[in-house]
Design a protein around this ligand. Structure first.
Ligand SMILES: NC(=O)c1ccc[n+]([C@@H]2O[C@H](COP(=O)([O-])OP(=O)(O)OC[C@H]3O[C@@H](n4cnc5c(N)ncnc54)[C@H](O)[C@@H]3O)[C@@H](O)[C@H]2O)c1
Length: 263
């Protein structure tokens, strides 16, 4: 176990979307600090892979297979975590879905799908977690946002709008929950080569009629740091926000985006 952030040892951390990408890297990063992890994902196969990797490393963890957007799921997930792990100290609201549609082609079905996961489920997970944290004297909530909210992306209207809602929820929840010792922050990751990013870029390249490699290259050289980031690099920011070191940080958005926000 690494010695930094020793305040996280024994803490209970709930990570949504833990099966792959940033959620998986975040779960591993917390486990390395000795935290107990509740892994949530709707993908049973990838979730059991993450669970196995954590257990092989000696971590205390549970997995919950759930579609967080289904009715009542946020409440049931948080209750299950408290029942099985005793409490809940940190919520990482990471699970989300992406959507590539030009503005004139956005469908009601796609809009509703994106908002059900990225906004509704995130909010009610936050609410359910905050009730537990209020009774236990405090906690940390980290919502995963996106640089997309601050860029002009005509193919991402529903996704970017949903992440703008995440930023609003973060600020208003920080204001409402500070009195209970709960900090609420957002993190905005830059481009990570996860399954979500790959699917998004494939759809975008196809829509633009360019080959994938050319499209990906153009979306790398426009980053001020001239490289993409990794889920592991972004996960360190999430761990920091949950640690004692960040005890006075709330209502913030931490951009780990290589400067993309300058666009
Ligand atoms: N990949 C990027 O470059 C990038 C950039 C900016 C922001 N983000 C954000 O980072 C977060 C993680 O993205 P990622 O790239 O790791 O995504 P990903 O698609 O690779 O992984 C998301 C995980 O969430 C799970 N999930 C999705 N909907 C769910 C639901 N309804 N119930 C339960 N689980 C569900 C999926 O099964 C998957 O395991 C997201 O909030 C995303 O919007 C990603």
């Amino acid at each position: 176990m690494t010695s930094e952030y020793s305040s996280l040892k024994g803490k209970t951390v709930l990570v949504t979307g833990a099966g792959q990408g940033l959620g998986r890297a975040t779960s591993l990063a917390f486990a390395r600090r000795g935290a107990k992890i509740a892994l949530v994902d709707m993908n049973e196969v990838s979730l059991s892979d993450t669970l196995k990797e954590l257990q092989d490393n000696g971590s205390e963890c549970i997995s919950i297979i759930s579609d967080i957007a289904s009715s009542g799921a946020p409440h049931h997930i948080v209750q299950q975590v408290v029942t099985q792990l005793g409490t809940l100290d940190v919520l990482v609201n990471n699970a989300a879905v992406s959507s590539v549609e030009s503005l004139l082609d956005v469908t009601e079905k796609e809009w509703d799908k994106v908002f059900a996961v990225n906004v509704k489920a995130l909010f009610f997970l936050l609410q359910a977690a905050a009730k537990v944290m209020k009774d236990s004297g405090g906690g940390r909530i980290i919502n995963v946002s996106s640089p997309a909210t601050r860029m002009t992306l005509t193919n991402y209207t529903s996704y970017a709008t949903s992440k703008a809602a995440v930023d609003y929820i973060t600020r208003t929840a920080a204001a409402a929950l500070g009195v209970y010792g709960i900090t609420v922050n957002a993190i905005a990751p830059g481009r990570m080569d996860t399954p979500m990013q790959r699917a998004t870029e494939e759809a975008n390249a196809a829509a633009a009629g360019v080959d994938l490699q050319t499209h990906m290259h153009s979306r790398t050289v426009d980053i001020p740091l001239r490289r993409r980031t990794t889920p592991e690099e972004v996960a360190e920011g999430i761990v920091w926000l949950a640690s004692q070191t960040a005890s006075y940080v709330t209502a913030n958005r931490l951009n780990i985006s290589g400067g993309l926000e300058l666009d």
